[in-house]
Design a binder for this molecule. Structure first.
Ligand code: NI
Length: 152
């Protein structure tokens, strides 16, 4: 495993739309390991592949809830949302800015895991925010695009 360098705004890489993963090979598994290590080393709750310069639909999330643990999402899709919440967000690619973003209160996500099995996850609260924030990265969207108020 190795730490990867986190790309920061205004790097163009963060604005690209990521391609799906069509084959989970050793490179993808190494990337998943590196992304988790990089997220933990930077005290993040999530990291998307474009943040380490890889334009593939891959996300890791760990909101610090032991019941949930580390989530590794390959080709994640939000299949349903419910309700609304507003909470403060930040991003490892955006230094020194935090701000309120409106998100669904509850999100259901389908994604492949590292074994190629299609999984379904339901997130509420912070986990719902993390799903939305990280999947936005795969579409070139940064939380500041949706921010209602700059709390920095
Ligand atoms: Ni982010």
């Amino acid at each position: 495993m190795a730490l990867r360098k986190i790309i920061k705004v205004p790097d163009d890489t963060l604005r690209k739309v990521c391609r799906p993963v069509d084959h989970i090979d050793s490179h993808i598994l190494t990337l998943l390991d590196d992304m988790a290590q990089t997220m933990y080393a930077n005290d993040g709750v999530g990291l998307a592949a474009p943040q380490v310069g890889i334009l593939r639909q891959i996300v890791v999330i760990d909101i610090g809830d032991e019941d949930v643990g580390l989530l590794e999402l390959i080709n994640p899709k939000i299949i349903s949302t419910e309700g609304e919440q507003i909470g403060q967000e930040g991003c490892l690619s955006v230094s020194d800015i935090r701000g309120d973003v409106k998100r669904p209160a509850r999100v259901v996500v389908q994604a492949y895991d590292r074994n190629g099995d299609l999984m379904e996850y339901t997130g509420e609260g912070l986990l719902a925010v993390a799903f939305c924030h990280e999947i936005d990265h795969l579409n070139g969207i940064i939380f500041t695009d949706k921010m209602e108020k700059n709390n920095a």
